[in-house]
Design a protein around this ligand. Sequence first.
Ligand code: UTP
Length: 405
Amino acid sequence: MISFDEAEKLLTEYGQQHLLYYFDRLDDTEKDSLLSQIQQTDFSVLKSLNRDDSAKNGLIEPPDTAVTSKQGEKYKKTGIETIKDGKVACVLLAGGQGTRLGSDKPKGMYNIGVTRELYIFECLINNLLDVVKLTDTWVPLYVMTSEDNNRDTVGFLKEKNFFGYNSEYVKFFIQDMSPCLDFNMKILMQDRHSIVLSPNGNGSWFSAMVKSGLIKNLKENGIEWLNVFSVDNVLQRMADPVFIGSVIDMSYECGSKVVSKSDPFERVGVLCKENGKPSIIEYYEMTDDMKSQLDSSGKLAYRYGVTLNYLFRTEHLEKLANARMPVHLAEKKIPFMNRDGDFVIPDKPNGYKLETLVLDIVRMQGNCLPFEIDRETEFAPIKNMHGADSVDTARELLKKNGVEL
Ligand code: UTP
C-alpha cells in the first residue's frame, strides 16, 4: 500500500490533493481505505481527456446504404450455419447505472410486467432463446457488469434460473470503475475517505473481457463473431441469423443494427463515414442542415439511428486489447460530499462521468454494414420511466408485438 507521502506526490501531479483534505481526521481503517483507493485509481486517464471530444475533425459523409431485414433474408442460411458451428457469441452490456430509469437495482432486474412479472433480462433471454430453438445451438452469452451491480445481477439471474437459458453458456465479467469529476476537473468525494466512482463506460467491454481472461475462452471455443448489445432494448434480436449472414456474405468487418430516424431531429446518434471509415455522429454534433440533408433518393442522408446492437469480428478486436480508448466526459447528476463534509444529491448535472464508448470501437473498424431493422418490431429501448424511450413506450410496443404483460 502506498504511504501518505507517496499519495500526496501522486495527487499533486494530477492536481487532486483535495482528496487528502480530511486525512488527519480519519481513523486508521479509513486512512488505509482511502490510500488503497488512491493506489488503485488510474489517474493517467485525466491526462488523456479531451474536453471537446464531440468535435469531429474529419470529413463526414453518409454511410453505405443499409440492408433491411427483408433484403437480408437471403443471407440467413449463412447466419444459421455460423451459429451452428459455434462461431457466434453474445455480449450483454449490463454495467451501466441506469440513472435515468431511477431504479436502485440493475436495469435488467426491472419488472416491466403489468399483470405478471416480466423482467428486462427475461425479455432479452426470451428473444435469444428463439435463436437457440431455431438453430438447436446454445449461443454463449457473456454478461458485462460493474463492481456496483455484479452481485445483484449474478444473484438475480441465478435465482431466476437464467430464465431458462443454459447456465453453462453464461459467463460474467466485470468492467473497471473511473473517478467522477466536478466541472473544474476535480475528483468528487463520496465521503471523507472514498472517491466517487462510476463504471468506465460501455466501450471498455473488450478490454474488460481480456482482463477477465475470457478472451481465452473465446479463442478456445473458436468464437469468431461477437454480437454486442445493450440491456435496454427489450424487443431486440440478438445473434440474429439474418444480420450475421448479411455481414458475412457481404464481406463487412462489422455491422450495426440501425433504425430509420422517425424525424430529422430525433435525438439519436447516426451512422456515418468519417474520412472514409465508419463512424457515429451524435445528434448534438450535427448541424440542422446535416440533419435535414437529403440523398439522391429523397431520403434523409443521415437517417440510420444506431440501436447499440453491433456485430464485431473477434480477430479485428484483438488490436484493441491494449489500445487506449478515447475517454468522453458525460455530464451527469452525481451525488457527492461537498467541502463542508455534507452529502449532496444534485438536482441538475454537477460533473462528469468518464466513459469509453462502443461507438469508438466501430470507428476502429475498416467498414460497417448498416442493417436496418423495423423499429415497431425490434426497437423498444428503456432509458426513462415515462416519456420518450421509456417503460411506457416499451410496454406499448411489447403489447403490439403480442407480448403478454
Ligand atoms: P446508457 O448510455 O444508456 O447508460 O448505456 P446507463 O448507465 O444504462 O443509463 P443512464 O445514462 O445512467 O440512465 C447503454 C448501455 O451500455 C451499458 C448499459 O448497461 C446499457 O446497456 N453500459 C453503460 C455499460 O455496460 N457500462 C457502462 O459503464 C455504461
